[in-house]
Design a protein around this ligand. Sequence first.
Ligand SMILES: NC(=O)c1ccc[n+]([C@@H]2O[C@H](COP(=O)([O-])OP(=O)(O)OC[C@H]3O[C@@H](n4cnc5c(N)ncnc54)[C@H](OP(=O)(O)O)[C@@H]3O)[C@@H](O)[C@H]2O)c1
Length: 263
Amino acid sequence: MRATVFLGGGRITSALVAGLRLAGYDRPIVVHDRNPRKLQQLKRQHRVIAEPDLQNAVAQAGLLVIAVRPDSVRELLKQIGRLHRPLPAVSLAAGIPLAKLRARLGPSVHWARAMPSPVCRTARGLTAITFGRGFPSVAKQVVRRLFARVGQVIEIPESKFDAFTVTYSSSHGYHALAALADAAQKLGLDRRSALTAAAHALGDGVVAWREGKIPLHRLLHEAATPGGVAATVMSAMDAAGYGRIVEHGLRKGIARARKNAGG
Ligand SMILES: NC(=O)c1ccc[n+]([C@@H]2O[C@H](COP(=O)([O-])OP(=O)(O)OC[C@H]3O[C@@H](n4cnc5c(N)ncnc54)[C@H](OP(=O)(O)O)[C@@H]3O)[C@@H](O)[C@H]2O)c1
């Protein structure tokens, strides 16, 4: 049985293999990275085959997953060179378009892009996938099944990938949690109570929306009595540019992803 081979053994690979093992994925997983220490750690923690030689790693692949930072992709693919057997490959690199990937490794490699998050470590994440044209349908199933092990999978056109990438980051949750808890501390709550209150406010609200059938505007209405405290907080935040700030951040993220595409 050929292996699922990750090139790059950093943060996202570590989260993915943890989630895959948690979900009972029992196909061989090979990881190649230039840092022997990271390889040994992954081997110890998640029963991966640590492969320090790039060409040996690629030779074992039934599915190749590119998990190096966007600015390292070009060099990595150059090191691999041209491949002469059909091979499905999935790039996790933010911003790098299929057209750029297709120009490397030769025509027998079929490319897809995927955008998971480190939440896949718990096998309750979300991954967006986009397939390049001509991607074989059997291989599509292999890719969908791989990511479905670690959470929900959605397929979106490549033109929407950057918008998805900047929206879907678990950093939003941690960032909002940190901002809300910091503000609560400034108002006098101790750190632990501030974090607990903020985590419940954010987490419980989101879970209520995800698990219930009540539309978002109704939940907002229910949680904020007109003229009451929550409504006052929300309208003060909106007047201070809450929505504008979020949109500004996302636009900056898209610009960053487009820079990756140019590399
Ligand atoms: N982290 C996330 O939440 C997340 C989510 C979705 C997608 N992604 C995408 O996944 C990719 C990896 O992100 P990451 O956060 O996991 O990065 P990371 O923690 O830096 O991991 C990348 C690993 O690849 C190694 N590497 C780089 N070039 C290499 C080469 N030529 N040969 C062998 N090893 C090489 C790096 O080594 P050095 O440390 O020595 O450079 C590092 O250990 C990025 O393209 C990112 O856009 C990340």
